[in-house]
Design a protein around this ligand. Structure first.
Ligand code: SAM
Length: 343
């Protein structure tokens, strides 16, 4: 079928086969039509509102060695930090003052933050009336269960790539099977579960991206956060070519067509790669922004890739962002921004 016809069918049926996804990923003449269709689907299912989630990057200590990531354990070029639970709580209080309804606690896989440390902190933060998203990597199911019982609402765990050969190559000592097990556990335990991929990894093919998109649908993801891979000079992938934004926007737009009512952030890596990347994402299917409220010193060292984290963690920065969004016809939501399933 002609690509334009595929887009209009997907806009109403929300289905595409692997070969149809591949065709749309490869066809560079339909990009604007694809972005416009994803924008209409976003408007129809989740409306104009943008949900803001306050991001707290509370530790950059990580026992994993993902080859693309600046936090990888073998990187000696960054200063490692770990915030104390009470510092994390103080930032959550700030999030409330700034007007946020959700905090996202993200970090490397830091063995200090056992369930015994995190459970009381989660209970304390939940006492502030916030929704809590965790993004702290692979854990045993029993930990996920304890976090859920303590009030955690959502969990972000990107699959990064569903391609078994690429996964093994870029994640030494880790396994795709365990990452899939984690995502399955999170779904079963009732989390709003987010996943996503890196787009533009060396040797990643469009076929592999088509399979990633089908995986999002098969999992029944509640959120999809994806972005371009940006080479980090302190990692083994430092010499990889810098990708363009368009392929990541296309994967995101296709995810919106297939999962019309989910939450999709305009990610920091999109903004880092291209000026106005965040606004382009918001016009191509995205409906969430995660402003970083971590202190300046820590943010500097949460160096996943170069150029990350320019935004200021203040109430004024939030007001500016709200005004910009409003001017673009995208008011900031006053609610929690849950995933309301429409189908
Ligand atoms: N440790 C947790 C995990 O594995 O889910 C959360 C922290 S991890 C640093 C957050 C995300 O950063 C990863 O899922 C990965 O996709 C992204 N990331 C790491 N290095 C990157 C790079 N060079 N370019 C773009 N994104 C990157």
């Amino acid at each position: 079928m002609d690509s334009m016809a595929l887009i209009s069918r997907a806009e109403t049926a929300h289905e595409l086969t692997q070969s149809e996804l591949l065709q749309l990923l490869q066809d560079q003449h339909i990009n604007d039509a694809l972005f416009a269709a994803a924008d209409r689907v976003r408007q129809k299912y989740v409306g104009p509102e943008v949900h803001l989630r306050a991001l707290i990057e509370f530790t950059n200590i990580c026992c994993n060695n993902c080859l693309y990531c600046g936090l990888q354990s073998q990187n000696r070029a960054i200063t490692r930090y770990r915030m104390a639970p009470q510092e994390i709580f103080a930032l959550a209080q700030k999030a409330v003052q700034y007007g946020y309804k959700t905090v996202v606690l993200q970090g490397g896989e830091d063995p200090f933050f056992t369930a015994d440390i995190l459970v009381p902190l989660l209970r304390q933060i939940k006492g502030l009336g916030l929704a809590v998203t965790l993004s702290i990597g692979e854990r045993p199911r029993s930990d996920y269960q304890r976090f859920k019982e303590a009030g955690a609402d959502r969990y972000l765990l990107r699959i990064e790539t569903t391609d078994p050969a690429l996964y093994e190559k870029y994640h030494p000592g880790m396994s795709l099977a365990n990452r899939l097990r984690c995502l399955q556990d999170l779904k079963e335990l009732g989390y709003e579960t987010g996943t996503g991929v890196l787009v533009g990894l060396p040797e990643q093919t469009e076929l592999s991206l088509a399979r990633d998109i089908l995986f999002f649908k098969q999992l029944g993801a509640d959120m999809i956060g994806l972005g371009p891979f940006i080479p980090n000079p302190d990692t083994p992938l430092k010499d990889a070519p810098v990708p363009r934004l368009t392929p990541a926007l296309k994967v995101m737009a296709l995810a919106r067509l297939l999962l019309p009512d989910i939450n999709i952030p305009a990610t920091t890596s999109m903004e880092t790669l291209e000026a106005q990347g965040r606004f382009k994402a918001l016009q191509s299917g995205a409906n969430v922004i995660m402003p970083n409220i971590t202190g300046e010193e820590e943010r500097k060292n949460y160096a996943l890739y170069p150029g990350k984290n320019a935004s200021m963690p203040s109430a004024r920065a939030r007001r500016q962002l709200e005004a910009q969004l409003k001017a673009a016809g995208r008011p900031v939501s006053a609610g929690y921004g849950w995933h309301h399933k429409s189908r």
